[in-house]
Design a protein around this ligand. Structure first.
Ligand code: BGC
Length: 915
């Protein structure tokens, strides 16, 4: 066995050798590689040097077991400079590793580093869609315009190019770029990088990311040309629930700075200026939501090459936008991450061909087409077929077309892949193609933010394995630039959806930096009074529509500003996420507190001073989504009632539970950050809210006034119930579930805690019946109906097969994933980032085996068990520099260090006969 230890996976800001960082104190992380057991780091030594080999920071041998998120504390880092760093470690056995090396490069650090100026091609200003309300958008009477009519208002993406000369031997060349709209770049006919939809969707007016590309190898000595195509994207195009346009601006623009360093030390800059010229190209329009129309006959060959004749192109204008919203790219870019072959192609009676990719995704297709000059080929995208197996557009509403149009030039085989759009789909309906589509001529291109898959869960029940895959698919396809509710109808960063899904997300993928970035937008868009927008980035429509209705934020949605950083801290162990969001958390809580203390419900006629006094601790006014989408309420909805009834019937209690929960989390965070006084204040507040809740809403027999499963779950989970009443309240919940034939009836906010609460209160049997339930609503009902993602509504396909106009790809109800990893999987964090973990597989769920694997910041943590009658064989892997406590059969605790460990123990099967 190799006895040595070495350091690998060196990362700066969670990336390997990143370019273009603008963080003043980047954080270093590494992993220890060894085949030995029980290895802990006892010290590290880290040295940073600049490009010239000059040492800029030297930690010396530092006694510390910290190997993740170590902040740089040397002198100020300089713009554009590359830094080299190396690290070695000592372990608890006195061994020293060799040095391991890596690098990173700083980007442009402020507006003074930009010599470029914004340029805009000649263009007609984008048309702002008329204002409609959310109610109008969902009303059956809403008449959406035809694609032909819409096309009149849509505008073409713009091509911009500029020639330049390289006069020396290049040492390195960097391109710093961003745009109003989304761009793709070419240098001398070759694509630059592989980013899609850059710049990512952020609160553009205050935070616009630029991207850095190493283009050293794309430049030629002598004559060169650079080209950019820009399309409307999120900045100008139609977005969100109501399909509004122009949320951040109405003109496409480009900001670009190419910096070339020659071997002789001189530098050259080519920047966006009036030497650029512009033209339209083959795209008639490209709108993220509506789709793209591409006329291949209008392609301009070699348009980004020097020799191309651009005589007919137009001049561009320099425009003076402030540059203080610019920040460097932070976190992953969107990329084409996977390709899927069709499962089948079939013809409908009208000649349309339907391709089934067998999987709901977010992305687009690439298709090789043989057609005649001018043939118009239309691609419509949908997630489901109807009851009779016919193509069915499940997403409706304004500008939800998801339709691409290709006009062929008719020269042999032409390959079409839309460039500036993505759709949520499994099925594509193609019309206008005479020839039968061959399966291998088509691919579905899956697009999402480039994050590493870190989690894996598998067990003896194939249906649960399918559920886990569906959760992962809903995650990938809803993490395209921002965390979204769904990738078709709204594609919006709903804070509540992420709040419930974040723990699961952090198992499946490394979402840390992706969510840190999004939290930056949540903070920036916080309203002056402390409210947190219901979805982020927001855009001006939302502010107008929602402030008029008094519903800028909602309990359980706005609380994301406290819950999400807390989850990230627990799962990734970096305290910076708490520090960064601390002020915003405090402002949000102050807003809630003010509402609770100063407002009472309109309906309140009470005069008893005791009752009035406790109103101060109840957040029982204002608009809230409540326990959104309670199945029984969705089921019984008619024209007069709607999903809003879930909100109306539960909101007071839900809001008060979240108020207490956020106060408690904030108290813990304040304590952690050393703010003792604040911490004490919020611990006390939490107690008072809980007491007031119990008095106001819980009867002596444990019945809660809003008699819904979700309310009991939240009350128990958030400790709103005194220990005396706890069993009574739990019994009410159990009864409700039994009366509902062992089916859940929980909404968005309560479902994450359903399984945990039932198990904690001694109702494991009920919890497991819910888990294996196959009648609607249940997780396995969806699986058995062929789901490939998680649906927005459990009954999106009804028992009689009727298919609803719902989203089939909402990750929120996939939040059970967290429980699967923790309980049957057995992996639990015990100190932040899994420095110490608890391995405690629940072997009595009704499974005969389960395995959970998680790539933590320290390495692979896993737990795999198998039942053989009453005996359990458990294998556990603990990464170096961490420890774990293994809990066998709920009682025996064994403390272990890193390495692979096996256990055999007796655990009589409590619940025989399942799975
Ligand atoms: C979205 C959600 C969101 C909700 C607010 C819906 O239209 O799709 O997932 O959280 O509105 O209640």
């Amino acid at each position: 066995m190799d006895k040595s230890i070495f350091v690998k996976n060196l990362k700066v800001e969670n990336q390997t050798n990143p370019l273009g960082i603008d963080i003043s104190s980047p954080r270093f992380s590494w992993m220890i590689n060894t085949e030995q057991n029980n290895v802990l780091q006892s010290a590290y030594h880290l040295i940073v040097a600049d490009e010239d080999g000059e040492e800029v920071w030297n930690t010396g041998k530092t006694d510390s077991d910290q190997s993740v998120w170590i902040p740089y504390k040397g002198p100020s880092l300089k713009a554009r400079k590359c830094y080299f760093w190396k690290v070695r470690i000592w372990d608890n056995k006195g061994q020293i590793s060799d040095w391991s090396k890596a690098s990173w490069e700083m980007g442009l650090l402020g507006k003074d580093d930009w010599q470029a100026c914004w340029i805009e091609p000649e263009q007609k200003e984008a048309v702002e869609e008329p204002f409609i309300t959310v109610q109008e958008m969902f009303s059956v009477g809403l008449k959406d315009k035809s694609l032909e009519e819409k096309a009149k208002d849509l505008r073409p993406p713009q091509l911009l190019r500029r020639k330049f000369t390289i006069t020396g031997d290049i040492k390195k060349a960097r391109l710093y770029v961003t745009s109003h709209g989304v761009y793709q770049l070419e240098l001398n006919g070759s694509r630059v990088g592989n980013n899609e939809f850059a710049p990512d969707f952020t609160a553009y007016n205050v935070r616009l990311q630029y991207q850095t590309y190493d283009v050293t190898d794309l430049l030629a000595a002598g004559n060169n040309a650079i080209g950019a195509v820009i399309a409307d994207g999120w900045y100008i195009g139609r977005i969100q629930l109501t399909g509004h346009s122009c949320q951040f601006g109405n003109k496409l623009g480009l900001l670009l700075q190419l910096e070339v360093e020659y071997q002789d030390g001189t530098t050259e800059r080519i920047v966006s200026d009036e030497q650029f010229v512009s033209s339209t190209g083959p795209w008639e329009y490209a709108d993220l939501f509506i789709g793209e129309k591409y006329d291949a006959r209008l392609e301009q060959q070699d348009w980004s090459c020097f020799e191309f004749n651009d005589q007919n192109w137009k001049n561009v204008k320099q425009v003076d936008y402030p540059l203080d919203n610019l920040i460097a790219q932070f976190g992953p870019n969107v990329r084409a991450m996977e390709e899927i072959l069709p499962l089948s192609v079939h013809c409908e009676t009208d000649g349309a061909q339907i391709i089934d990719f067998g999987q709901i995704i977010a992305g687009r297709i690439r298709i090789a087409i043989e057609a005649r000059n001018g043939d118009i080929i239309t691609l419509q995208h949908s997630e489901v077929l109807d009851k009779d197996g016919k193509f069915f557009m499940n997403i409706i509403g304004r500008n939800k077309d998801q339709t691409d149009i290709f006009i062929a030039k008719g020269k042999g085989s032409e390959v079409y892949e839309p460039r500036f759009v993505f759709h949520g789909f499994r099925y594509v309906r193609i019309t206008g193609l005479k020839a039968a589509i061959q399966k291998d001529a088509v691919r579905a291109i899956v697009l999402y933010s480039d994050m590493e898959t870190t989690g894996h869960f598998q067990c003896s029940d194939q249906r649960l394995n399918k559920l886990q895959q569906n959760i992962q698919w809903s995650q990938k396809t809803n993490m395209l630039s921002i965390p979204t509710d769904c990738p078709q109808r709204e594609r919006a960063g709903w804070t509540g959806d992420l709040q419930v899904f974040a723990p699961t997300a952090a198992f499946n993928m490394d979402v840390y930096t992706f969510l840190e970035r999004w939290l930056g937008d949540v903070r920036e868009e916080q309203f002056p009074d402390g409210q947190i927008a219901n979805f982020v980035p927001t855009g001006k429509y939302y502010v107008k529509e929602c402030s008029s209705m008094g519903q800028l934020s909602s309990a359980g949605w706005g609380d994301a500003i406290i819950i999400v950083p807390w989850v990230l801290y627990e799962r990734y162990g970096d305290v910076r996420v708490l520090e960064q969001n601390y002020e915003a958390m405090a402002k949000w809580l102050a807003y809630v507190q003010e509402k609770a203390e100063t407002e009472i419900p309109d309906s309140m006629t009470e005069t008893d001073p005791v009752v009035l006094e406790r109103q101060k601790y109840l957040w029982n006014t204002g608009f809230h989504f409540g326990d959104w989408l309670i199945p029984s309420i969705v089921e019984s909805a008619n024209e007069n009632t709607g999903p809003m009834d879930s909100a109306i019937l539960t909101k007071e209690l839900v809001a008060t539970c979240f108020y207490a929960n956020s106060a408690l989390l904030f108290a813990k965070i304040a304590e952690l950050l050393g703010d003792k006084e604040i911490s004490q204040t919020y611990y006390t507040l939490n107690k008072r809210i809980r007491k007031a809740f119990e008095k106001e809403y819980i009867e002596s027999n444990g019945r809660i006034s809003a008699h819904f499963q979700g309310i009991y779950i939240l009350a128990l989970q958030m400790n709103m119930v005194s220990s005396e009443k706890r069993p009574l309240v739990a019994a009410q919940l159990a009864q409700l579930i039994k009366d509902n034939d062992h089916k859940l009836d929980t909404g968005f906010l309560s479902v994450p805690y359903l399984m945990d609460v039932l198990c904690a209160e001694g109702y494991e049997d009920i919890a497991y019946r819910i888990l294996f339930q196959t009648d609607c609503p249940s997780w396995l009902y969806e699986v058995e109906r062929g789901a490939t993602t998680i649906w927005e509504s459990w009954s999106a396909i009804k028992k009689d097969g009727t298919v609803g106009h719902m989203s089939f790809n909402h990750y929120a109800f996939g939040c059970i994933g967290d429980w699967l990893y923790r309980e049957p999987g057995g992996i639990k964090h015990s100190s932040p980032g899994y420095k110490h973990s608890i391995i405690e597989p629940n072997v009595n769920v009704g499974l005969s085996s389960a395995k959970a694997v998680l790539k933590t910041g320290y390495g692979i943590l896993s737990s795999a068990w198998e039942r053989n009658n009453d005996f359990i064989k458990l294998e556990v892997k603990i990464p170096p520099n961490t420890t774990a406590t293994v809990i066998l059969h709920g009682e025996k605790r064994v403390d272990i260090g890193s390495g692979t460990h096996q256990f055999h123990y007796e655990s009589p099967s409590v619940l025989n006969g399942r799975a």
